[in-house]
Design a protein around this ligand. Structure first.
Ligand code: NDP
Ligand code: AKG
Length: 413
């Protein structure tokens, strides 16, 4: 059964692995639903004096291995099911990486481009006021996701301090370094994606110079991935944001494109643009979805020419898309491994806050590279040992760790 929403698909994947591992069926029952989902209504006074009500969510899927951990998304398509699926992926992600966290996620249904800076700041603060009872450095720790960044984290941190009446920097990660953020967090997800791509190329005997890369999404994760691959000498031939796709078979000038997108708000108008959906048809060896869920589907998967798909986004591949990629023999680096660099450096930030320390950027990047490469090796070895896909191997490792922890804590027999 493939035609499912992400939460149902995730549940089925977890159930399958629980059965294969002969774990107690209770493990599946515990992982089936989030521990809690908080839904909030945020009446925001707009600049023109009118009030508009926004809906927000925060879900903690699991706090078995530590406090809930996961980003906050501002997007018009946010909904409760999506937030729950994203929180479940976080539980699996932190388990694979052996981080001291569970899984959580939050979001507000809003198009931030339609708000003024004051309105956006006010909305961010009111969201924190609403979810304050369920968050904290030992409870649930937010971070950036789609359309949120260090600036939003800074506002949220300030609001949380006011509510608690004291400094609690470890309640949020991805904040600017000047107020306790970690060096390297902005780039961490993209850097982790690149570590995974290089590991995969090495396993498949692919040479850096000969291979073409196409990237969907040119926000935080997509642009850092593009820049880092460019610096390492890979040929990034196509990049798309929501408005446009830019292609050059000789390779794109990524730094120039980043400057252009910063100045103009998008890639539209940068040389001759094509429709952003054309990205799926580009001649490439490595495809990096770095936008939203359900992009590689039964419609787009057959068009992809890549032999590696590096899932920088969360849930970019639908069930049908995944099946098609498997039939085509594509090497898929699953999201819960591929994009885990962000939460890994968030864990470094949380540790630095706890010990009032500040690590140099080289220290952060060095540890990120080593730990990501180790996680890739573990998943790859599991895949090889069981003749499985990387995704199945990743689920296997994550669910096994969660099952073992439940047993150790006396939750299951
Ligand atoms: N930020 C982080 O640390 C982490 C993020 N992730 C995941 O990575 C993904 C991207 O997040 P992030 O980079 O932070 O988000 P951003 O908001 O910074 O960027 C999202 C990008 O995706 C583009 N986009 C959206 N829809 C489409 C589409 N249909 N076609 C092409 N481009 C599209 C946006 O274009 P436009 O700007 O024009 O709308 C934008 O360039 C998400 O799945 C997120 O959950 C995972 C781990 C950590
Ligand atoms: O940095 C974090 O804590 C979470 C990042 C995130 O939301 C993700 O990995 O999807």
């Amino acid at each position: 059964m493939t035609n499912q929403n992400p939460t149902d698909r995730l549940r089925n994947q977890i159930k399958e692995v629980v059965e294969e591992l002969h774990l107690s069926p209770s493990v599946y029952q515990i992982l089936k639903y989030p521990k809690h989902t908080f839904s909030v209504s945020i009446p925001l006074e707009k600049d023109d004096g009118t009030v508009e009500n926004f809906t927000g969510y925060r879900a903690v899927h699991s706090d078995l291995l530590g406090p809930g951990k996961g980003g906050i998304r501002f997007h018009p398509d946010v909904n409760q099911e999506e937030v729950i699926a994203l929180s479940m992926w976080m539980t699996l992600k932190t388990a694979i990486l052996k981080l001291p966290f569970g899984g959580a996620k939050g979001g507000i249904i809003v198009d931030p481009n339609k708000l003024s800076k004051r309105e956006l700041q006010q909305l961010s603060r009111q969201y924190v006021q609403n979810i304050e009872p369920v968050i904290g450095p030992q409870k649930d720790i937010p971070a950036p996701d789609v359309n949120t960044d260090g600036r939003v984290m800074g506002w949220m941190m300030d609001e949380f301090f006011k509510l608690r009446g004291r400094n609690v920097p470890g309640f949020i990660t991805g904040k600017p370094p000047v107020i306790g953020g970690s060096e390297g967090r902005v780039e961490a997800t993209g850097h982790g994606v690149v570590v995974n791509i290089l590991q995969a190329m090495n396993k498949l005997g692919m040479d850096k110079g000969d291979n073409k890369v196409a990237i969907q999404g040119f926000g935080n994760v997509g642009s850092v991935t593009a820049q880092t691959l460019y610096e390492k000498g890979l040929n990034v031939v196509a990049v798309a944001d929501i408005d446009a796709m830019v292609y050059d078979e000789e390779g794109l000038n990524i730094p120039e494109m980043i400057d252009y997108a910063k100045e103009n708000g998008s890639l539209k108008g940068y040389t001759s643009n094509e429709n952003s959906n054309e990205i799926f048809e580009v001649d490439c060896d490595i495809f990096v979805p770095a936008a939203l869920e359900n992009q590689i589907t039964e419609q787009t998967a057959p068009k992809l020419k890549a032999s590696i798909v590096a899932e920088a986004a969360n849930g970019p591949t639908s069930g049908e898309g995944d099946q098609i990629l498997a039939e085509k023999g594509v090497f898929v680096i699953p999201d819960i491994l591929c994009n885990a660099g962000g939460v890994m450096v968030s864990s470094f930030e949380w540790m630095q806050n706890d010990s009032h320390d500040h690590w140099a950027e080289e220290v952060v990047n060095d540890r990120l590279e080593k730990d990501m490469a180790k996680a890739f090796e573990e998943v790859f070895s599991m895949k090889e040992a069981n003749n499985e896909t990387m995704r199945h191997a990743a689920y296997y490792l994550a669910v096994k760790r969660l099952g073992d922890a439940m047993f150790a804590r006396g939750w299951v027999d």
